[in-house]
Design a protein around this ligand. Structure first.
Ligand code: FPP
Length: 244
């Protein structure tokens, strides 16, 4: 392509001058529909979803995103059939076994948000061990939301803040300091895949000033190019934080 025919904005945010968001969160939706379109069991969709997790976390590192938060299991997901809940837990175990070493060597800090201590004790121990093994890293953060719900997070934060500063002392900073995300950068970009346009109890406080991006792509089809395109779209938006 001759220089004059080059697009005005590079589709690769690393190559373009657009701002790269520090903290990106993703509601990974559409695994079931992806499987259904292929007449496969839902588990196949979730497996393909794990492959997408791997692709997207690698691309987030390449783009220089400081923190990536993924909604892997919501507090409402317990309502799914027992078999599917078990399958999702099984995939989490497989993911930790297969991918932890890469996270350790790539200097990624693994974090978990949500009440994951409600999982079975052996899975809790596995998660704690994985988090501990990346705790000394100082590179990008991969936060996985497990048994996470924003309302429960906020209620727990308010309880802890009340104990720490007393009811009258609770202000925005006191709540912020008690959120599961207290040591993550402010949320810049929240993406939901599969065409649904809801936040589904995910990062409601944190999303106050985030840019929201709803894309039609089903999560298992979300790839490096899709993340790069989302980051490019973010770089083109003007954030005013209530000002002019
Ligand atoms: C939504 O698709 C997806 C989930 C509820 C689970 C997301 C989990 C993964 C991608 C795999 C596990 C993650 C890790 C980090 C190991 P859906 O089933 O609601 O899809 P549908 O709306 O099309 O039925």
């Amino acid at each position: 392509m001759s220089p004059s025919a080059a697009p005005a904005v590079s589709l690769d945010p690393v190559l373009s001058s657009g701002t790269v968001p520090r903290h990106v969160a993703i509601i990974m939706d559409g695994n079931g529909r992806w499987a259904k379109q292929r007449m496969l069991p839902r588990l196949a969709g979730h497996k393909a979803g794990v492959d997408a997790v791997r692709r997207v976390t690698r691309e987030a590192r390449r783009l220089g995103i400081a923190a990536l938060t993924l909604y892997a299991f919501s507090s409402e997901n317990w309502r799914r059939p027992e078999q599917e809940v078990g399958d999702l837990m099984g995939l989490l175990r497989i993911f930790i076994r297969s991918d932890l070493q890469e996270l350790v060597s790539e200097n990624v800090r693994l974090r978990v948000i949500g009440d994951y201590r409600r999982f079975t004790p052996d899975l809790v121990a596995m998660i704690d061990d994985a988090v501990a093994r990346t705790a000394a890293n100082n590179g990008p953060i991969l936060a996985i939301a497990l048994n996470y719900g924003s309302h429960a997070e906020l209620a727990a934060a308010a309880r802890r803040a009340a104990l720490r500063v007393g009811a009258d002392g609770i202000d925005e900073a006191a709540i912020e300091a008690e959120l599961d995300t207290h040591d993550l950068p402010p949320l810049d970009l929240l993406i939901r895949t599969s065409g649904e346009q809801r936040l589904s109890n995910f990062l409601l406080w944190q999303a106050a000033y985030a840019e929201l991006l709803f894309v039609e792509t089903l999560w298992p089809d979300f790839d490096a190019e899709a993340l790069a395109a989302a980051v490019t779209a973010f770089g083109l938006r003007q954030r005013r934080y209530g000002g002019l």
